[in-house]
Design a protein around this ligand. Structure first.
Ligand SMILES: *[C@@H]1O[C@H](CO)[C@@H](O)[C@H](O)[C@H]1NC(C)=O
Ligand SMILES: *[C@@H]1O[C@H](CO)[C@@H](O)[C@H](O)[C@H]1NC(C)=O
Ligand SMILES: *[C@@H]1O[C@H](CO)[C@@H](O)[C@H](O)[C@H]1NC(C)=O
Ligand SMILES: *[C@@H]1O[C@H](CO)[C@@H](O)[C@H](O)[C@H]1NC(C)=O
Ligand SMILES: *[C@@H]1O[C@H](CO)[C@@H](O)[C@H](O)[C@H]1NC(C)=O
Ligand SMILES: *[C@@H]1O[C@H](CO)[C@@H](O)[C@H](O)[C@H]1NC(C)=O
Ligand SMILES: *[C@@H]1O[C@H](CO)[C@@H](O)[C@H](O)[C@H]1NC(C)=O
Ligand SMILES: *[C@@H]1O[C@H](CO)[C@@H](O)[C@H](O)[C@H]1NC(C)=O
Ligand SMILES: *[C@@H]1O[C@H](CO)[C@@H](O)[C@H](O)[C@H]1NC(C)=O
Ligand SMILES: *[C@@H]1O[C@H](CO)[C@@H](O)[C@H](O)[C@H]1NC(C)=O
Ligand SMILES: *[C@@H]1O[C@H](CO)[C@@H](O)[C@H](O)[C@H]1NC(C)=O
Length: 720
């Protein structure tokens, strides 16, 4: 038998291959690759991992966090770690460092990660997502989210600064804010994880206590990051490059996008509203985060809240006398709040700089929906700011707010209760407004003190986390419309909020008719948590935006590209729920300024593609008139070029060229360094290299052509 057959040898036969040399290993490859050449060599060499998400590098004013690989990717022999004891092999015992650790999701803890971080025997990590979610909870965020960027500081409620009162996110292990100098990828697909484990079992498993021998199954992770050190360094470099280079190569980009907002009563956005006009702001965040890039399901931390907010907006718009209310209501959806309040800090800045139609002085009060997914509880907590309540003019206004909310919940299935008045606000956009001005406001949350959410800002904050369950066997369309218990309870919250807002806006009518629609809530939960490509979302977006919808799980990371999916979808859903269909032609709808319409400054017009006609494949588009606007959610720090700001968010994301992951067999330690694909291919195309290296024909094993093909390590690469 040819020694080369060892590529697929059973464990018992392995020992016999001990004498294999580097050159032989290479030659097998050259021969094998030669035989298979013409088809696709690459695919036979590497198995790409197709369903992965990388950890990337983010930077703020003073630090870099996240992960990166070396320029050409990092490679290591795979070792599967399913229990803490397995770690000993990679950290001390294993003879083939560096190792690529395939880590069970349950073990992805701070303690273990710091152990790996301190070891030079680790070249990278692949984390298998844990199903079901870890019972003990998991949050890679901080215990004190957005610390230093809220209102509490040495000058304002110093006893509350740095979460001295309550660690809001006690499970936060801070992993997402650590700096790792090796690549870390998430394996999102259990089948792919199984492929890797199989390769490991076939080749790397220690047999009867003796060490495994080459060929070994290895993994290579590419995630090289261009930016280093901090935002100050990278923005300075970017601005120099832009100024002096014809071919500027920026290395990082500010996290930024757009806030979405609308008003109950239309306002002229080309001017400022009357200084005496009063506006109640309703707010939620629409973004989330996790350890991994663009893995941000945010079910409880964002989606349940903004869906409730949207449902309340719809319910209010249906009230007949709503245009007569003395006060206006502004529905505000902040983007980038996860990263030191990007969206809200920008809106406050714009209001202060008179760049927004509404001024801070117009704000009557502020109502924020923080995490409001009640799960099995029925109590929603009302949080207020103890510091501003000491002011005699603010205190009664806050009381009115709290009363309106508590009264609205009378008779509802949701009970609102006030937390102790000496307790500070949880992390909230409202804090950014309080930083600028004493404004009466409340924050609603499903937690009295620290978060109920055990998966805050993690890949496990999914539909299951808010107990969304569908009966089996429903079609996608049936699922879209299926009213879950979660939807019912969020609709209850929306009803209470809408009724309270109606009263606060000066409404005197009977509020019992104000009712949020559980079916709308169901559809939104489905669209934002399960599948954006559903018939409702299809019907309410512009035609040229079809790429917005997909069948994969929706993610709510702010990113650096403008107008991420979430922002646009919130925009279209809000327009659908609060707008009206007007009888405009496409031409009129797209160019309202050309029509003699006196209201054009008051409204926004959107030509949406409409539903599919049941008897044909065509859609019936129409024009929607709404008050839905977008404004920049980019931190003022970048506007002001204050990259070292401690007042405003300075988060940037590094750029990269290549992010991918793959596994393959390596024939020997020496070969390991050569498996970089371009180099290997070069070698294959120039077999003379090996003749020069001194190999004679007699060293060539006799190979069958097809045997050589499968012997060649495994596989090829994929892009994310
Ligand atoms: C491992 O040990 C078992 C029983 O002791 C034996 O049957 C088997 O052949 C051994 N395998 C190897 C690879 O040595
Ligand atoms: C930047 O992030 C690091 C890591 O979370 C943190 O320790 C540091 O305080 C932050 N710097 C600023 C200016 O916010
Ligand atoms: C995993 O493999 C099983 C069996 O081959 C298949 O039924 C299932 O759909 C696969 N899962 C995914 C997520 O591809
Ligand atoms: C990734 O996709 C490629 C091409 O479809 C396939 O050959 C490969 O097996 C996939 N990788 C895994 C780990 O399943
Ligand atoms: C909106 O404001 C602009 C600028 O002040 C003004 O020219 C325009 O007439 C206003 N439109 C309406 C409908 O009030
Ligand atoms: C109370 O708040 C109002 C409105 O912000 C402010 O004008 C006033 O100065 C504050 N009073 C005290 C005692 O701080
Ligand atoms: C936006 O949605 C499309 C379709 O689902 C998807 O391909 C794309 O990755 C999404 N973008 C982000 C940033 O999630
Ligand atoms: C979205 O769903 C439709 C069917 O409703 C399908 O034709 C289309 O290909 C899907 N789009 C994407 C991006 O998956
Ligand atoms: C909202 O969407 C529904 C379903 O597609 C549609 O029937 C309705 O006319 C839309 N309303 C507006 C104002 O766009
Ligand atoms: C819509 O507008 C068209 C032409 O502008 C007109 O013929 C039609 O009657 C209008 N329909 C409604 C329902 O107003
Ligand atoms: C669709 O076709 C069915 C039967 O062919 C017919 O009864 C129905 O009225 C049609 N619907 C529309 C909207 O044209």
């Amino acid at each position: 038998m040819a020694a080369g057959a060892g590529w697929r040898m059973g464990a018992g036969e392995r020992g016999r291959r001990g004498a294999e040399t580097l050159f032989r290993g290479l030659l097998f490859c050259v021969l094998g690759c030669g035989f298979c050449w013409g088809n696709s060599v690459e695919r036979k060499i590497y198995i790409p991992l197709n369903k992965t998400a990388p950890c990337v590098r983010l930077l703020n004013a003073t630090h870099q966090i996240g992960c990166q690989s070396s320029m050409n990717g990092d490679t290591g022999v795979i070792h599967v770690v399913e229990k803490a004891q397995d770690l000993k092999w990679v950290l001390t015992d294993g003879p083939h460092p560096p190792y690529m650790v395939l880590l069970d999701g349950e073990l992805f803890t701070r303690e273990l990660m710091l152990q790996l971080k301190g070891s030079s025997r680790i070249s990278g990590l692949a984390v298998a997502i844990s199903k079901p979610s870890p019972a003990q909870g998991f949050s890679p965020g901080l215990k004190c989210p957005n610390d230093g960027f809220g209102v509490y500081s040495n000058d304002y409620g110093p006893q509350y600064a740095h979460c001295n009162w309550t660690a809001w996110n006690p499970l936060g292990n801070g992993l997402a804010y650590e700096d790792f100098n090796f690549p870390i990828f998430l394996l999102e697909d259990a089948n792919e994880t199984q492929v890797i484990k199989q390769c490991y079992q076939d080749h790397n498993l220690p047999q009867n206590g003796s060490v495994p021998e080459y060929p070994l199954c290895a993994m290579q992770l590419f995630a090289h990051m261009h930016a280093v050190t901090n935002t100050v360094t990278c923005m300075r470099r970017s601005s120099l490059q832009t100024a002096f280079s014809l071919n500027p190569e920026e290395v990082c980009d500010a996290l930024s996008d757009y806030n979405v907002w609308s008003t109950l009563k239309p306002i002229n956005t080309s001017s400022k509203i009357n200084p005496l006009d009063e506006v109640i702001i309703v707010a939620t965040r629409i973004d989330s985060h996790s350890f991994f890039w663009n893995v941000a399901p945010g079910a409880e931390s964002a989606v349940a809240s903004f869906v409730t907010h949207l449902a309340a907006a719809e319910a209010l718009h249906k009230v007949p006398d709503v245009q007569m209310l003395p006060r206006n209501i502004m529905f505000t959806f902040f983007q980038g709040e996860t990263f030191d309040y990007i969206g809200s800090s920008r809106m406050v800045y714009d209001m202060k700089m008179d760049k927004f139609p509404i001024r801070l002085d117009n704000i009557h009060s502020f109502l924020e929906l923080s995490q409001v997914a009640l799960r099995n509880s029925s109590v929603l907590w009302v949080h207020t700011d103890p510091v501003s309540r000491r002011n005699d003019s603010i205190q009664p206004q806050v009381e009115t707010l709290v009363e309106a909310l508590i009264n609205s919940s009378v008779g509802a299935n949701v009970t609102l209760q006030e937390v102790g008045q000496s307790q500070p606000l949880p992390p909230s956009s409202f804090q950014r407004f309080l930083r600028a001005k004493s404004i009466p406001g409340v924050v609603l949350a499903d937690h009295r003190t620290s978060f109920q959410n055990r998966y805050y800002q993690s890949m496990y904050d999914t539909a299951e986390n808010i107990l969304m369950k569908y009966p089996e066997g429903l079609s996608p369309e049936e699922t879209l419309d299926y009213v879950t218990d979660t939807a019912k309870s969020l609709a209850e919250v929306a009803t209470v909020v809408a009724r309270a807002l109606y009263q606060l806006a000066g409404g005197t009518g009977n509020t019992s008719a104000i009712q949020a629609d559980p079916r709308t809530v169901s559809r939104m939960l489905y669209g934002f948590l399960i599948k954006t490509n559903n018939s409702w979302f299809q019907s309410i977006i512009k035609q040229d935006l079809k790429g917005l919808l997909g069948d994969e799980l929706p993610q709510h990371y702010i990113a650096v590209t403008t107008l991420v999916n979430t922002t646009q979808l919130v925009q279209y859903v809000l327009a659908n729920l609060t707008g009206t269909v007007v009888n405009f032609t496409k031409e009129e709808c797209l160019n309202p300024e050309k029509t003699p319409n006196p209201e054009k400054e008051m409204y926004v017009y959107t030509w949406v593609q409409g539903s599919r006609d049941p008897n044909s494949t065509s859609r019936v588009p129409f024009c929607v008139q709404s008050t839905v606007h977008l404004t920049k959610a980019a931190s003022p720090a970048f506007e002001l070029k204050q990259w070292g700001s401690t007042e405003y968010s300075t988060w940037t994301e590094s750029r990269w060229k290549d992010i991918r992951a793959r596994i393959f067999l390596i024939a020997s330690k020496e070969l390991e360094d050569m498996v970089q694909l371009p180099f290997l291919l070069d070698l294959m195309l120039q077999p003379t290299v090996f003749t020069l290296a001194g190999t004679t024909d007699s060293a060539l094993p006799s190979l069958q052509e097809d045997e050589a093909c499968w012997r060649i390590p495994l596989f090829q690469a994929s892009l994310l």
